[in-house]
Ligand binder design. Structure first.
Ligand SMILES: Cc1cc2nc3c(=O)[nH]c(=O)nc-3n(C[C@H](O)[C@H](O)[C@H](O)COP(=O)(O)OP(=O)(O)OC[C@H]3O[C@@H](n4cnc5c(N)ncnc54)[C@H](O)[C@@H]3O)c2cc1C
Length: 537
């Protein structure tokens, strides 16, 4: 294999590394991804994809393919508790399908929660990445790297041949999972509650389809002394996971989970002593909360499980990681394209670490309260997924705010995900979120034409990709439901500037005398050029 030179080297081809390569490609940034395994993971770990991640997949044009890949799980809406699957049902809850939940989510997002097992999702991301000419090298392992003021030099080993080569890059993104060799090489420590529990995932084939028909579940708690655990469906027909807690301190060890014992556990959980079972794998894992103390060391960034580990309760781990990658991609693109100052990159850690800490705490609360799912301190799952707020140099806040992650007040405040409303655009009905795709977007009220002109001129002067629209009854964007002003919190002469990641960077209510100068200052500020924003007011 020849030496390689790329703007960005991505280490790890899990869902987060693959998404990183896609987001970068979308911004026109070539990358090289190395993954030590020959293929994508065979383990269907993550299954829950939240609305925010689905919004990002929609922006990549993957919405339909993800839904299709997850079609087998489209009917799985509730939590179930049983003595055995064939025996007594103890309770059912419907955390995500209540009418109130759906109505609220519909107002907030064009997307909804989707189930799709990770082993179905990853190949789909590989295909999409290859279509965008991303270079993915499976069977390639990062062995070592060093960095200086000019870039990163990495030593990569082809695992098949043992051959080694050098990859040079401006930046390295570590998407190398919970054990993150890169994080260890950087000596970045982690903080958090640490280990919460030890689990075994028994991944097996068995025909349980008739037993679950018409009560397809997200998870099924099995409460019986012969087999305490959680049954998870992978495809609702013949692939399942039985997840069991074990306590090493009480003498249980991984070795106790022999294939024979595991078959017995599954038969007890199903309540079918002669059930035909084929064990696919028996994998131990640890539920833990560990968040890296820093997500950046100079030219190296940590994303996904490399940056934060959290228990699967709430289904936040992969989602948070994919959202990290999305936050980082536009910043790297802007710096590599010479549009932003390098200080923009420091906002990745400032913005994403508090979100990871908050989300990991929420996952921890769900893990503590498994049987009593909604209890003290928890915020709704979709408030966790959508309701976080950034405070950094890449946001111009309106007033000093204390962090309020999970508040789910998406009404155009700087630092929050720009609101979703339906608008008419070129004869089509689209979500405002469909506009936020790699470029800055300025949305002005009906009296804001001057803003749109100024924005286009200012962006041209800065060499920035920017779209500007007037929104209203007759604007470039037709306000179909008449809720633009109230939802975005602006008057007809006001304006909202949305960053390329779909987060509000700046908002003002009034026309400025020198709109072009104001906008240039605002854009430079958001891109972390050294400017004094007070000049613009
Ligand atoms: C039982 C269970 C259920 C879960 N359910 C959900 C859920 O519903 N929703 C959700 O969002 N999350 C869920 N998660 C969490 C989710 O699986 C992880 O957060 C996700 O896999 C993290 O993705 P990643 O790409 O960061 O890391 P990984 O998927 O761990 O990928 C890291 C990759 O890096 C590679 N690598 C490591 N070192 C090197 C090296 N030196 N060179 C090259 N490659 C290297 C590894 O081989 C690996 O493929 C669940 C987890 C578990 C255990």
């Amino acid at each position: 294999m020849h030496n390689a030179s790329m703007p960005v080297l991505i280490v790890g081809g899990g869902p987060v590394g693959l998404s990183t390569s896609l987001f970068l490609a979308r911004h026109g940034v070539p990358s090289l991804l190395v993954e030590r395994h020959e293929k994508t993971s065979i383990h269907p770990r993550a299954r829950g994809i939240n609305a925010r991640t689905m919004e990002l997949f929609r922006s990549l044009g993957l919405e339909e393919s993800v839904r299709t890949a997850g079609a087998a799980l489209a009917r799985n809406h509730h939590f179930l508790a049983v003595e055995t699957l064939a025996g007594a049902e103890l309770w059912r809850t419907y955390p995500w399908s209540s009418r109130d939940y759906q109505a609220h989510l519909k107002q907030l997002s064009p997307m909804n929660w989707c189930m799709c097992a990770q082993d179905e999702l990853e190949p789909l991301l590989v295909t999409a990445a290859r279509t965008l000419n991303c270079e993915l090298r499976f069977g390639s392992e990062l062995m070592a790297f060093e960095q200086d003021n000019y870039g990163v030099t990495a030593r990569i080993r082809e695992r098949n041949t043992g051959e080694e080569y050098i990859a040079n890059a401006h930046y390295l993104i570590a998407a190398d999972g919970a054990g993150s060799p890169v994080r260890h090489m950087l000596n970045v420590s982690t903080r958090g509650r640490g280990t919460l529990g030890h689990y075994i995932n028994i991944y097996f084939r068995a025909n349980l389809s008739t037993l679950v028909q018409d009560r397809e579940f997200i998870l099924c708690l099995v409460k019986n002394p012969e087999a305490q655990g959680v049954l998870l469906s992978v495809n609702n027909t013949d692939r399942w996971i039985f997840m069991m807690l074990y306590v090493p301190e009480s003498g249980r060890a991984v070795e106790d989970f022999t294939p024979e014992r595991c078959i017995e556990f599954v038969r007890n959980a199903a309540g079918l002593p002669r059930l035909a079972i084929e064990i696919i794998s028996i994998v131990p894992w640890e539920a833990a909360i560990r968040v890296a103390e820093s997500f950046q060391r100079d030219r190296v960034f940590l994303v996904g499980d490399a940056a934060h580990v959290m228990p699967p309760t709430g289904a936040f781990g992969m989602n948070t990681g994919i959202q990290d990658a999305h936050n980082l991609a536009w910043k790297l693109a802007a710096v590599l394209n010479g549009q932003a100052g390098p200080a923009l990159l420091a906002t990745y850690d400032v913005e994403r670490r508090p979100v990871a800490q908050f989300t990991a705490e929420q996952a921890g609360l769900r893990s503590d309260n498994h049987a009593d799912y909604y209890s003290s301190g928890m915020v709704d799952d979709f408030a966790v997924a959508l309701g976080y707020r950034y405070q950094s140099a890449a946001v111009i806040s309106e007033k000093k705010e204390t962090s309020s992650n999970g508040a789910l007040d998406l009404s155009g405040q700087p630092g929050t995900r720009a609101p979703h409303i339906w608008v008419g655009h070129q004869g089509r009905r689209i979500s405002t979120l469909d506009l936020f795709d790699t470029r800055f977007v300025l949305l002005a009220g009906m009296d804001g034409n001057a803003w749109c002109h100024a924005a286009r001129e200012g962006a041209t002067a800065l060499g920035l990709p920017l779209d500007a629209y007037c929104v209203g009854a007759t604007g470039d964007l037709i306000d179909l439901d008449g809720n633009w002003g109230t939802t975005y919190g602006v008057t007809p002469s006001g304006v909202v500037l949305v960053r390329p990641d779909g987060f509000v960077g700046w908002r003002t209510e009034r026309i400025e005398r020198d709109a072009k100068h104001t906008l240039e200052m605002v854009l430079k500020h958001l891109l972390c050029h050294e400017v004094d924003i007070s000049e613009s007011h």
